[in-house]
Write a protein that binds this ligand. Structure first.
Ligand SMILES: [Fe+2]
Length: 263
């Protein structure tokens, strides 16, 4: 049964050095089918931050995939206007293009971060109808029994009692499309606290699951990451929290999977 290691919001430049190194050690010491990093690998999109991030990422065990967050572009530079993800792309490939098929899973990344937006706060997310439909259509075509996962940076639906909002333009519409397409889980980060809840669409068995941060930018919960175990009936999410010397379980969720059609 698939096991995923899910990390997010490392924010190199403001990373928790000890926790980040220990998380990499954890990844190397355990068996996983996939390592997912859901954005904000850097703090301000600076070249030195991308260099440090790539050094850390490149020695993590695979298979692994990454998608960008709102911090992964130059924060104050004309480059943000005309080529916001150029620095990201040079290190990690085209933004939002990562995918994985294997170990009983189909996983598709997409990009909810934007260089500029027609609103004052450019840190929030956006998702076009075309982006959401492409992910939903792609995953809906995967064979029955394959666990379907979408990955982005911003939670598409606001996290209940979360420490901050994502206000993703087109987010709820996209989550609805994905739920109707039978997507099992949407992985994200951004709020820097772990969460797991069903999105309020379709059969309510599509789950929004998020990892904490590995940076010093904590928002009420310690640095950490998630381990996700998937069996035929249940998605088990364990949030591991950094104590200052090691990671230990802090919260767990057991999420019932949708019953396969015809079962
Ligand atoms: Fe972040």
């Amino acid at each position: 049964m698939p096991r995923i290691l899910h990390m997010s919001d490392i924010h190199f430049g403001a990373e928790n050095t000890l926790a980040t190194a220990a998380a990499a050690g954890y990844a190397r010491s355990q068996r996983f089918d996939l390592l997912v990093i859901s954005g904000d690998i850097t703090q301000d999109g600076k070249p030195l931050e991308f260099e440090a991030a790539a050094r850390w990422y490149n020695v993590l065990p695979g298979p692994k995939m990454i998608t960008p967050g709102n911090h992964d572009m130059p924060q104050v530079s004309p480059e943000r206007l005309y080529h916001p993800f150029g620095r990201y792309e040079r290190r990690f490939g085209p933004p939002g293009s990562a995918w994985f098929d294997g170990a009983g899973m189909a996983v598709r990344a997409f990009n909810t971060a934007r260089g500029i937006q027609f609103r004052p706060n450019w840190s929030k997310g956006a998702l076009s109808r075309g982006q959401a439909a492409a992910v939903a259509n792609d995953l809906s075509r995967t064979p029955a029994g394959i666990f379907k996962i979408a990955v982005c940076h911003h939670p598409l639906v606001e996290v209940p009692d979360g420490p901050m909002t994502a206000r993703v333009i087109g987010g709820p519409r996209g989550a609805c499309l994905m739920a109707e397409a039978g997507v099992d889980m949407i992985l994200s980060g951004h709020v820097h606290t772990p969460f797991a809840f069903p999105v309020p669409f379709a059969d309510r068995h599509t789950y929004s699951v998020g990892a904490a941060t590995l940076s010093l930018r904590e928002r009420g919960t310690p640095a950490g990451f998630n381990v996700i175990d998937i069996d035929a009936s249940t998605i088990r999410v364990a949030a591991l929290a950094w104590t200052g010397s090691h990671f230990e379980p802090s919260r767990t969720w057991a999420l019932p999977r949708r019953t396969p059609q015809g079962a």
